[in-house]
Design a protein around this ligand. Structure first.
Ligand code: IPM
Ligand code: MG
Length: 354
């Protein structure tokens, strides 16, 4: 019997369109090979073009329409002529928040054939998963502006940390750490300077940690964490951080693993009461849009995470193995990895490896 899944595809802007098409092609090929699952894909034309046309990135009930799907495959949002805060809040966060995808998971590894910019650091030295709190913190959306244009114009940007919000992400992170071989978690904080939200964050980490005596955990200030990631990557395994801290650290992680062109993300609702959303980290990249050279590996890895989440473990592992076969071959590297391969070349190579 075949498992069938309904997938909402939102290619969005820029290279998002190119990599999502490549991702769907690879998923189709995998489904054909294995015969164990089928995907019914519906594409949504949400993004900046729609915003220019209609003043909205997606319909008003957009997030609700997605509830009927088993998972969402997202490309990127953002265009040079649209302010970034409008596109982000108009589409990506407008999906993540109402669907309560509170755990953003960002695995980082140095894939075969890819070189880290860190001297002497290989795949065995860098194998992390960053867990990003994805529903509140510095991205709570609270704040405001007043006295516009006056010398005393004021803007506030409120960070919100709730007991419920912090506890659920800590529990998720400890559980994930427990499922990995090293059973080790680093809690990123800034409680020396931010004495309310981050102190609550630390306290709840310690409370939740008591339920996980088999997980070794430690605490790092976010600034010192950048040093540890760079100088002692092998000392880290699972990492949990607030929305903004993890945003910054995950870009550093992607760069240290070789290229942001391979980095995947899952926006999970672990309770599964709504669909989770899977996307490459890289964004719309208008400088290379339409040139056919976007690296589709991040989307393929993302697609593998989606299959894993859907319970198609075998398919997820097959796809990951094909990805690693292809990255091992320098002839299949796109320009972000210093090569000359095109999106098409890499896609065909992954399908052949499958
Ligand atoms: C990310 C991105 C976004 C974020 C941007 C596009 C606003 O950098 O997913 O990490 O900051 O969340
Ligand atoms: Mg980011």
């Amino acid at each position: 019997m075949k498992n069938a899944y309904r997938i909402a595809a939102i290619p969005g802007d820029g290279i998002g369109v190119e990599v999502v098409e490549a991702g769907l092609e690879v998923l189709e090929a995998l489904s054909g090979h294995l015969g164990s699952f089928a995907l019914e894909v519906e594409r949504f034309d949400w993004g900046s073009e729609r915003y220019r046309r209609e003043g909205r990135f997606m319909p008003e009930d957009g997030a609700d329409r997605l509830r009927a799907f088993d998972a969402i495959l997202f490309g990127a949002v953002g265009a040079p002529d649209v302010p970034d805060h409008l596109s982000l809040w108009g589409l990506r966060l407008a999906i993540c928040q109402p669907l309560d995808q509170f755990a953003n998971v960002r695995p980082t590894r140095i894939l075969p054939g890819i070189t880290s910019p860190l001297r002497g650091v290989g795949p065995e030295d860098l194998d992390w998963v960053i867990v990003r709190e994805n529903s509140e913190g510095e991205y709570s959306g609270q704040g405001g502006r007043s006295h516009r244009g006056l010398p005393h114009e004021v803007a506030t940007e409120l960070s919100v940390f709730t007991r419920g919000g912090v506890e659920r992400i800590m529990r998720f992170a400890f559980e994930l750490a427990r499922s990995r071989q090293r059973r080790q978690l680093t809690v990123v904080t800034k409680s020396n300077a931010q004495r309310y939200g981050m102190v609550l964050w630390d306290e709840i980490a310690a409370e939740v940690g008591q339920d996980f005596p088999d997980v070794k955990w430690d605490k790092m200030l976010v600034d010192a964490m950048t040093v540890r990631m760079t100088l002692d990557p092998a000392s880290l395994d699972t990492i949990v951080a607030s929305n903004l801290h993890a945003d910054i650290l995950s870009d550093l992680a992607a760069a240290l693993s070789g290229s942001i062109g391979v980095a995947p993300t899952a926006n999970l609702n672990p309770a599964r009461s709504t669909p989770s959303m899977f996307e490459p980290i890289h964004g719309s990249a208008f400088d290379i849009t339409g040139k056919g050279v976007a690296n589709p590996i991040a989307t393929f890895w993302t697609a593998s995470m989606m299959l894993e989440h859907l319970g198609e473990t075998e398919a997820a592992a097959r796809l990951m193995a094909a990805i690693e076969t292809v990255t091992a071959d320098a002839a299949c590297h796109t320009p972000d990895l210093g090569g000359r391969a095109t999106t098409r070349d890499v896609t065909q190579a992954v399908i052949a490896a499958l």
